[in-house]
Ligand binder design. Structure first.
Ligand code: PMP
Length: 348
């Protein structure tokens, strides 16, 4: 329990919850670090705070300036929250296919929101390039640039990793994470490998993302698409470059539908879509490495940010997904035999 005088002082120091259902079924301990507890409702609050603190320390940011950032939403919410408490303004550029739940939150924090059409990265109207151009248009604008600004991964190297290390008494066997900018997996993996080189780092990658193929073949290629938001990437960025990855698994959205419903029924927990992917990959890791392993992954954001997609039957049907929930025994059976979806660094 904390008593603080600013919301930014509530960022980090999140609790960990044992996923009892899947732990019991696998004989492993599968822990979720609840990043949804951050004041802005996601893990990106940590990156937002570190980027702003570091930019203040270097003099790049001064009171009264405006932070500009291209974001799938969670970084925008985090920056909007931190900006206010540092006396800064915030302008978020967001693709218009991201959930309205996140758009609303950015506006509620009083940030300016500009939405753009979702286009490939090579298009100059991509949200990333739009944010950069806007930031360059005025001297009192500052571009946070979460993809290349390594203060992002530093937040996890300095805080998230050490918190997990303390919470598990250093007994973590496998760390599982999705990647959007790679800040989370970059900073945490660097910390864990320094403490315990045997700690296995697993990346969870959705369809439509090229990281899995990049690790496997050196080329960014993807197939299909995913309803997950804020994760998956088609180019190498500085924060991801820091990641020390032992294994990667690509998992389809259909599995997220089944697992999110299972965890909701069994553990009373509504997972966001990237968190459901983390849980799916943690389950895969438990089945291939376990039993007896301690596995840590994240609830990256609030489950209600996925209300209009992962928990919206009409949307799921529109995407061609089945509403039938695969029985957990069947899913586990598939994952046990499903080694071919997993890439291991040693076999590279
Ligand atoms: N989950 C969600 C819901 C996110 O919004 C993000 C970041 N956009 C991530 C996971 C991934 O975090 P990172 O940028 O640290 O790779």
């Amino acid at each position: 329990m904390r008593q603080v005088d600013r919301p930014t002082a509530l960022i980090g120091h999140t609790d960990m919850l044992l996923l009892r259902s899947l732990s019991k079924l696998t004989g492993c301990e599968i822990w979720l670090k609840l990043e949804s507890q951050n004041p802005g409702g996601s893990i990106k609050d940590r990156a937002a705070l570190q980027m702003i603190e570091d930019a203040f320390a270097s003099g790049a940011l001064q009171p009264g300036m405006t932070i500009v950032e291209g974001t799938a939403g969670n970084t925008g919410i985090g920056l909007a929250l931190v900006a206010k408490s540092f006396g800064l303004n915030m302008l978020a550029v967001m693709p218009n296919d991201q959930s309205p739940e996140k758009q609303r939150m950015i506006s509620l924090y009083g940030a300016e929101l500009k939405t753009v059409n979702p286009v490939p990265f090579k298009d100059p109207n991509h949200f990333y390039h739009t944010a950069r151009r806007l930031a360059e248009s005025r001297d009192d604008y500052w571009w946070a640039n979460q993809f290349e600004n390594t203060s992002n991964a530093r937040a996890h190297y300095l805080h998230t990793g050490p918190e997990i290390w303390q919470q598990t008494n250093g007994a973590i066997d496998i760390f599982v994470s999705v990647a959007g900018t790679g800040g989370t997996i970059g900073g945490n993996s660097k910390f864990f490998k320094e403490q315990q080189p045997d700690c296995q780092i697993w990346l969870a990658d959705p369809d439509g993302s090229g990281i899995y193929s990049y690790l496997k073949t050196g080329q960014y290629q993807s197939q299909g698409s995913s309803m997950t938001e804020g994760i998956g990437i088609m180019r190498l960025v500085e924060n991801f470059r820091m990641a020390q990855i032992d294994a990667a698994v690509n998992l389809p959205d259909q599995d997220l539908v089944s697992l999110s419903r299972y965890v909701r029924e069994q553990d009373s927990l509504v997972l966001g879509s990237s968190s459901a992917l983390n849980v799916a990959a943690a389950l895969q890791a438990a089945l291939l490495h376990g039993p007896g392993k301690t596995i840590v992954t994240f609830a990256c954001d609030l489950g209600e940010r996925s209300a209009s997609k992962l928990y919206n039957d009409e949307y799921l049907v529109q995407r061609g997904l089945s509403l039938a929930i695969e029985p957990i025994d069947q899913l586990i059976g598939r994952y046990r035999e499903n080694g071919e979806r997993v890439w291991y660094a040693s076999s590279h």
